[in-house]
Ligand binder design. Structure first.
Ligand code: GLU
Length: 447
């Protein structure tokens, strides 16, 4: 057993027994620990401060009931959470996810990952995540509003522009942020940036909605540029049909790539000659209606492959943009067999441990979500400063700033990840994020 493996195993044994069953958290922590634990042990100050152990332990986990009334007049009960992981480098920051399958395990791993992602942006943003097991599908607009207001009644005491600034995540977009912000503003009596992802009409940033997807493509472009390549002409397979997937697809098309898939849990929409914007409009419309991707109209020149993942098509680049653990060993093998050379994560931790092993063995260039999808939270950071200054940037200015942020993140990660066999982006992201957190946590003492 090598030193890093032995130290990682010993480290995992120091975690709270109460977390033993949190499989996603352990997966995320193990991946980081493997890369950073020797660096921590080699630095007497960081080792003494027990930096990594302190990042794994969230500052607090807030759990609350959300009681609201549906359109039929029946009382509904859901559970809500906010995991405030670390505010060592800035106010707690991270999205809210509404999904019936959301568990505390998911939110713990996402909050842990967010600490590293936010550190990589170079902006003053701590790490957090939250959400609810509320299922928005099939709910009316009025029900979504009442749920968001009830959720905020419980969350409001714990957030604020210098304290904790939630944003969107799966199933929480501009509409939900609007209702959440309206409720917070009314309850607090303050007009300030306690949430990001707001519409530009009331203190939001241009390009925030597009930022994660656009940023993903900018990151891929930076990766390709290192080898003198461009995204133009590459075939790109994307999973998902939400905000990240569709905006990544749009930007990839605009930059000259051929986007061949989008997907949901019912199957994959496959366009051998590539999607155009009209086809993506149709996907967005179907999602808004709560419908799947079957039965595409003739003009979009795509076929629906029921029950299939997008990884069986011949692509050069894969962008998993749906959810965690969607690329297991089998999916990774399919990608490798189909000739994929680069995979960049638009979702958070979409690749399982076994999937990662397959990609590494086949020498697929791999960019972890904490670097590749950091564009969303980076523009959230810009939204926070625009709101504080009360001075807003144009869409072009934000887009340009996003390009620069992603290229800076790429360079930070590439510098840390440089090794004999080329660049290990996962290691680079873990190390670069860790170093910033370690400096901050150590400097501020044992608190
Ligand atoms: N939910 C997004 C993420 O996973 C954005 C978080 C934010 O803007 O605070 O990074």
């Amino acid at each position: 057993m090598d030193r890093a493996t032995a130290l990682t195993e010993a480290f995992l044994n120091t975690l709270s027994p109460a977390d033993a069953d949190l499989a996603n958290l352990r997966q995320a922590v193990e991946e980081v620990a493997r890369d950073v634990i020797t660096v921590e042990k080699n630095d007497p100050d960081w080792a003494a401060a027990r930096v990594l152990r302190r990042i794994v332990e969230p500052d607090r986990v807030i759990s609350f009931g959300v009681t609201w009334t549906d359109d039929a007049g029946d009382v509904q009960v859901n559970r809500g959470w906010r995991v405030q992981a670390s505010n060592a480098i800035g106010p707690y920051k991270g999205g809210l996810r509404f999904h019936p399958a959301v568990t505390l395990d998911d939110l713990r791993f996402l909050a842990f990952e967010q600490c590293f992602k936010n550190a990589l942006t170079g902006l003053p943003l701590g790490g957090a995540k939250g959400g609810s097991d509320f299922d928005p599908s099939g709910r009316s607009d009025a029900e979504i509003m009442r749920f968001c207001q009830a959720f905020m009644r419980q969350l409001a005491p714990h957030i604020g522009p210098d304290k904790d600034v939630p944003a969107g995540d799966i199933n929480v977009g501009a509409r939900e942020i609007g209702y959440l912000f309206g409720a917070w503003r009314q309850m607090s009596g303050i007009y300030a940036g306690a949430l990001t992802g707001k519409a530009p009409a009331y203190g939001g940033s241009e390009i925030r909605t597009e930022a994660t997807g656009y940023g993903l493509i900018y990151f891929v472009q930076a990766m390709l540029a290192r080898t003198g390549a461009a995204i133009t002409g590459h075939r790109v397979a994307i999973s998902g049909k939400g905000n990240v997937a569709t905006h990544a697809a749009r930007k990839a098309i605009d930059e000259g790539a051929t986007v061949i898939t989008l997907s949901d849990t019912s199957g994959t929409l496959y366009a051998p000659d590539g999607f155009d914007h009209a086809a993506i409009d149709w996907v967005v419309q179907r999602k808004a209606q709560g419908a799947d991707l079957s039965d595409p109209p003739r003009h979009i020149a795509a076929q629906f492959c029921e029950g299939a993942q997008p990884w069986a098509q011949d692509a050069d680049i894969a962008l998993p943009c749906a959810t965690q653990n969607e690329i297991d060993e089998k999916a990774a093998q399919a990608l490798v067999d189909n000739g994929v050379q680069l995979l960049a994560e638009g979702a958070n931790m979409p690749t399982t441990r076994d999937g990662l092993r397959v990609l590494r063995k086949a020498r697929v260039t791999y960019a972890p979500g904490k670097a590749a999808n950091a564009g969303g939270v980076a523009v959230s950071g810009l939204e926070m400063s625009q709101m504080s200054h009360r001075r807003f940037m144009s869409a072009d200015e934000v887009d340009q700033a996003l390009r620069t942020l992603m290229s800076d993140i790429h360079d930070r990660v590439a510098t840390e990840g440089k090794g004999d066999g080329g660049i290990d982006y996962a290691r680079g992201a873990n190390l670069a994020g860790y170093r910033r957190l370690a400096q901050a946590i150590t400097a501020q003492g044992v608190i």
